[in-house]
Design a protein around this ligand. Structure first.
Ligand code: PEP
Ligand code: MG
Length: 758
């Protein structure tokens, strides 16, 4: 049964459009459940009617015509209660509504289950039978399982419906689609551009729809890839020469397929229609795989795997010629399922205008990097069919977390207006640049920036930042293909320290693991956020750690602004060990005759619940604390910062987070050391108001957030912020707290600042 379910879900996911997806569902479910009828009703959310969208068993002409009002018919009971309804004789139910178009008068037994996706009832999956009978428990749970599995696929098909029609392959005439794809706000801002889909290599299913002007070049590339694959297979065949004839036959079969019209000619003729070689190959292989997989004969059906394998091998050769020379159009919107921070850095900064990712959330490192680069981002746009949206016009709204593919002139104009408004707001904020971040009652709250790239260092300085509150040293590690050496690191750090000479610069030691991986230092774990991460790796690898510490210290020679920060501290022992290694690295350098090296100020990140409870003991051993709310929220609330499914639960204004920050603040002031917030919470205007009330010594955020937060600091007295903090502590939920703070900001006439928040 599991296998059947898996097959249905896969077929539904591969369906061309919603109609085809629903047709596959009703036919397969009717067969699996052995019923006389299976139908799907979907809710039309514009008026809450339920529309019969597909049926196998009722009159097919009634599809699309039968509409039930919100509380009509037995399906309304299923929707209203959001639970299954099992009726021995549906016509005798008081809510039953006879629908003549369906010709369903003969059916008595009825079982309907809701199709629910993210708490929303999308519709009802119904099976019916001629005779009067009650469906047994097994049947009910089976239909519920099917509906639960299909809900995501239906939502996906519904959301992506119509994308295929946006481009007619040969003439590339474009049609418009004004329904946005929804995701999560990743980085604020709005941008228009041309989508560029990045996809994993050697994966045929991930190849996007892409077109070519030069079909001859593509055909040649394809034929060369086939030839290279043929050579590979011959080599493999020779390697297994000692095997019996029977086992070697597989390779002959491969060679035959490689010569067959079904693969070669079909691919070539698809390229002739204007398709890119990889896209044409993907389509032909997928068609062939389907044909073989559907064959009754087990031997023949197994051949589908051979075709897939061959397709992948040809693709690898095609890609080996394409990659390496990735060039990007002006106004590139980078789109992908799983983009890595390094993908963003690879696009020249003047060409990248926005980022869209179907996975992750606003707290993922890709989103953080987008904010650092000042480009809007939408994360977790789960329903966006990435393979179908390459090279299309796209508008990315990083405030709302939505994307428009090929929108009409009307939507364009609306966004044009928003972009202009945005420019006005920025111009208004620009005037604050030279002014201090000081409240009307005279409290100074220095604002620092978070950085990690050399490219954004001068922008950071120009933004009016008073220092670097968090330099994520892992970013330079991520964009290389081996560990950078001591000299190379020292040069990078020196540039950062000297650009901000006279101002504090906090260099955080390597924080890899979790969702930040180094291609040359792979870590495979089931639960990476609870695994080998941050300081744990550094302490386990004194070679890597000491090289980094030495590079930092050397870079600071002659300057007095270096601060070193340890990530992911969970115990006092880790602090002691790390501090010892800093001391040792400095002594080594002094012994080597490098004299002008001051002892840096040392800090610990508080981003794990255990560190909140240990904050006072930690504070005794360091010079400052920095609260990493991105991780603190995820560990305190048990919400994966990258999981768009639970992103609604991820909120830095959760009362538990506020209390934790307050507790750290109190521990630090007892030990008389400064404490800062360097997580994204600091750049959220509503949260910044609370942090002001708590008396944080400084805040560190992305350059893009800095002017807005300065506006907040300059607009509210600390006294008022303290009162608001008191009120917030009386409230029980993040929503109420946000409402309280947003209202205050709005009343102060700063409503425009709220866009980037939730
Ligand atoms: C944090 O966790 O809040 C933080 C600043 O570090 P990162 O986002 O790099 O994990
Ligand atoms: Mg962190």
């Amino acid at each position: 049964m599991l296998e059947t379910l898996r097959r249905i879900v896969q077929e539904v996911n591969e369906a061309r459009d919603l109609d085809q997806a629903l047709q596959i569902i009703v036919q397969s479910v009717k067969q699996v459940m052995k019923t006389d009828v299976c139908s799907v009703y979907l809710t039309d959310f514009s008026n809450h009617d339920r529309v019969l969208m597909a049926t196998d068993g009722l009159n097919p002409k009634s599809v699309g015509r039968v509409r039930l009002k919100q509380n009509e018919g037995v399906t309304s009971v299923v929707c209203e209660r959001a639970e299954p309804l099992n009726l021995e004789d549906a016509p005798s139910h008081p809510k039953y509504k006879y629908l003549p178009e369906t010709e369903e008068e003969d059916f008595h037994a009825f079982l309907g289950v809701p199709i629910i996706h993210h708490r929303k009832t999308l519709g009802v999956l119904v099976v019916q039978q001629l005779q009067k009978r009650s469906f047994d428990d097994n049947e009910v749970t089976l239909l519920m399982t099917i509906a639960a599995q299909l809900a995501g696929a239906i939502a996906h098909a519904e959301a992506s419906g119509g994308i295929d029609g946006l481009r007619q392959s040969s003439d590339k005439r474009l049609m418009h689609r004004d329904r946005p794809f929804r995701g999560l706000p990743g980085a604020p801002g709005v941008a228009k551009g041309l989508s560029r889909v990045l996809y994993p290599s050697a994966d045929l299913d991930a190849v996007p729809n892409r077109h070519t002007e030069n079909t001859e070049k593509e055909k040649l590339a394809f034929l060369n890839a086939v030839e290279a694959t043929r050579k590979d297979i011959n080599v493999l065949k020779l390697r297994v020469a000692q095997l019996p004839e029977e086992d070697r036959a597989l390779f002959d079969a491969y060679l035959l397929i490689l010569e067959s019209d079904s693969l070669i000619k079909k691919t070539l003729s698809k390229i002739d229609t204007g398709l890119w070689a990889s896209t044409a190959l993907r389509d032909v292989v997928q068609e062939q795989v389907k044909v073989f997989a559907a064959m009754e004969d087990e031997y023949l059906s197994e051949r589908s795997q051979d075709i897939k394998d061959l397709g992948r091998r040809i693709l690898v050769h095609l890609q080996s010629k394409q990659d390496g020379v990735r060039s990007y159009e002006d106004n590139t919107v980078l789109v992908g399922d799983e983009l890595a921070a390094s993908d963003l850095v690879e696009v020249p900064p003047d060409k990248l205008v926005a980022v869209v990712c179907t996975q992750g959330s606003g707290s993922s490192h890709v989103a953080i990097l987008a904010r650092a680069l000042g480009v809007p981002a939408v994360m977790g746009a789960q329903d966006l069919p990435t393979s179908k949206v390459d090279a299309l016009n796209i508008i990315v709204d990083g405030y709302q977390g939505c994307i428009y593919i090929n929108p009409s002139e009307t939507v364009h104009k609306e966004y044009e207006r928003l972009i202009n408004e945005e420019a006005e707001l920025s111009a208004g904020l620009e005037t604050l640049k030279g002014k201090p971040a000081e409240t009307p009652d005279g409290v100074r709250v220095p604002l620092y920036v978070n950085s990690g790239l050399l490219a954004d260092i001068s922008t950071s300085l120009e933004s009016g930042a008073e220092g670097i509150g968090l330099y994520r040293t892992e970013f330079p590690f991520m964009i290389r293909d081996q560990f950078p050496g001591e000299d190379e690191q020292a040069q990078i750090y020196k540039q950062v320290l000297s650009t901000f000479a006279g101002k504090p610069v906090i260099l955080r030691t390597l924080d890899v693991g979790g969702d930040k991986n180094l291609s040359y230092f792979p870590i495979k774990e089931d639960n990476p956020f609870l695994g080998w991460r941050g300081i744990r790796i550094s302490l386990d690898h004194p070679d890597i750690f000491t090289t980094q510490l030495r590079a930092m210290l050397r870079a600071s020679a002659g300057q007095d602004n270096l601060h070193i920060l340890f990530p992911m501290i969970t115990s006092i022992d880790e602090v002691k060990e790390a501090v010892n290694l800093v001391n040792r690295a400095r002594e080594e350098l002094l012994d080597e005759g490098k004299v002008d090296i001051h002892m840096p100020r040392i800090g610990a990140m508080i981003e794990v619940p255990s560190a909140v409870y240990e904050a006072e003991s930690i504070a005794k051993r360091v010079d400052f604390l920095s609260i990493g709310t991105n991780d603190l929220v995820q560990y305190l609330l048990a919400v994966d910062r990258n999981n768009s499914q639970v992103a609604d639960l991820y909120d830095c204004l959760h009362p538990a987070v506020i209390r934790a920050v307050l507790q750290v603040m109190q521990a630090a002031s007892k030990q008389q050391i400064p404490v800062s917030v360097c997580g994204e919470m600091a750049g959220d205007p509503a949260a910044a108001l609370l942090l002001l009330g708590m008396g944080l010594n400084s805040l560190s955020m992305s350059t893009i957030a800095l002017p807005r937060i300065k506006w907040v600091i300059r607009s509210f007295t600390q006294q008022r912020a303290k009162e608001l903090l008191e009120q917030a502590l009386q409230l029980e939920g993040a929503k109420e707290i946000r409402h309280l703070l947003n209202r205050e900001i709005d009343n102060a006439g700063l409503g425009g600042l709220l866009r980037p928040g939730k």
